[in-house]
Design a protein around this ligand. Structure first.
Ligand SMILES: C[S@@+](CC[C@H](N)C(=O)[O-])C[C@H]1O[C@@H](n2cnc3c(N)ncnc32)[C@H](O)[C@@H]1O
Ligand SMILES: [Zn+2]
Length: 330
């Protein structure tokens, strides 16, 4: 944690914006061990391994989610090489799943065309590979998550930090962001906001911390198609992780209610499916519809038409969405 982070944070206890840091140990790039104290309520927040803990009194839901992730063996890939290779791991086991994530992530990053002078909040940064990318572009980047542990949480950052790459890591809840109003140019999130049980509250917070015309960028958020029920099975849910499948209209209305103008992009992963005809899906009817769409995609004029109809397709079968919102109100 660097002193400059104190310019962005808000006390999760009393709302004050005045702090001072107490240092126990620092290295050449940051304060590694110590604390941050609120000048108003005197609450003290620990800094361990450079991570500032602003997650005070976590809800039962958050505690359950923390336990769930640390128990999920497939998420805890105990390998430095794996962490360093994200979001494009080369090993067979992870390559295919991550390819979709990476394709959509890179598409959106290109679209954002960051200049490198933006202040970026990465919500649900997890292992922080995306926060690292914003920092590499020169942005002032802050990654938040509820997980600290190495191999799933913010401590993975130690593999990425160094040289000219620096970004902040803060333990915090996306539904109650401990940051000052109008602090960020971009709020980015991949595969995280669907863990919120209250999208309206979450977008309210994102809108509050964004500057006017600031952007919220969502990548790979699962959605529920019109033919799907709200109940669904997921092995992570059994471990306590808060998985939700909101429909596309639920995503869009929560965003619009909180002052965002929205654009739903056609995910690169879906384009790739159309191009190759290698259609995947968790239900037979989705694969069937996907194969028909892929057939039309490859005949003259088909691609042009389907590109214009992709939102209808997403509403119908519920795909991982990519949405950019611009804060126009509030
Ligand atoms: C599917 S993972 C995605 C992690 C990372 N963005 C990536 O793509 O590799 C979802 C992340 O959301 C985090 N998360 C869940 N609830 C959260 C909350 N209330 N506030 C902040 N992060 C949360 C989890 O700890 C987890 O790291
Ligand atoms: Zn305080």
């Amino acid at each position: 944690m660097r002193q400059s982070l104190l310019e962005l944070i808000k006390c999760p206890n009393c709302g004050s914006e005045k702090f001072f840091a107490e240092e126990k140990k620092s290295d050449k790039s940051e304060l590694r061990e110590g604390s941050v104290k609120c000048r108003e309520c005197s609450e003290s927040f620990s800094v361990k391994k450079g991570i500032l803990d602003l997650l005070i009194n976590p809800s039962e839901e958050i505690v359950k989610e923390q336990k769930g992730w640390t128990q999920d063996e497939s998420a805890n890939v105990n390998s430095k090489e794996f962490i360093l290779s994200l979001p494009r791991p080369a090993d067979k086991e992870h390559k295919e799943w991550w390819q979709e994530q990476a394709d959509n992530y890179e598409m959106v990053l290109k679209r954002l065309a960051l200049r490198g002078n933006e202040t970026v909040l990465d919500v649900g940064a997890g292992r922080t590979w995306s926060t690292r990318d914003f920092a590499k572009k020169g942005c002032r980047a802050v990654g938040i998550d509820i997980l600290r542990e190495k191999f799933v949480g913010l401590e993975c950052a130690d593999y990425y930090l160094g040289g000219s790459v620096f970004f902040e890591r803060v333990l915090a809840d996306m539904n109650a962001l401990p940051f000052k109003a109008k602090s960020f140019d971009v709020v980015f999130s991949t595969a995280t906001l669907h863990h919120s049980s209250n999208l309206n509250e979450c977008f309210g917070e994102i809108s509050r911390v964004l500057k006017k015309n600031g952007k919220v960028v969502l990548v790979n958020e699962p959605t529920r198609g019109v033919l799907e029920s709200k109940e669904f099975k997921h092995e992570l849910v059994e471990l306590g992780v808060n998985e939700h499948k909101y429909s596309l209209p639920e995503w869009l209305s929560a965003m619009k209610r909180n002052g965002f103008e929205v654009e739903v992009m056609m995910p690169r992963s879906v384009e790739r499916m159309m191009e190759t005809g290698k259609v995947k899906g968790d239900k037979k009817y989705k694969v069937f519809l996907g194969k028909i769409a892929s057939f039309f995609w490859r005949i003259p004029g088909g691609k042009f038409l389907l590109k214009r109809m992709h939102i209808a397709g997403q509403l119908l079968v519920g795909l991982g969405v990519v949405i950019i919102g611009r804060k126009v109100r509030g």
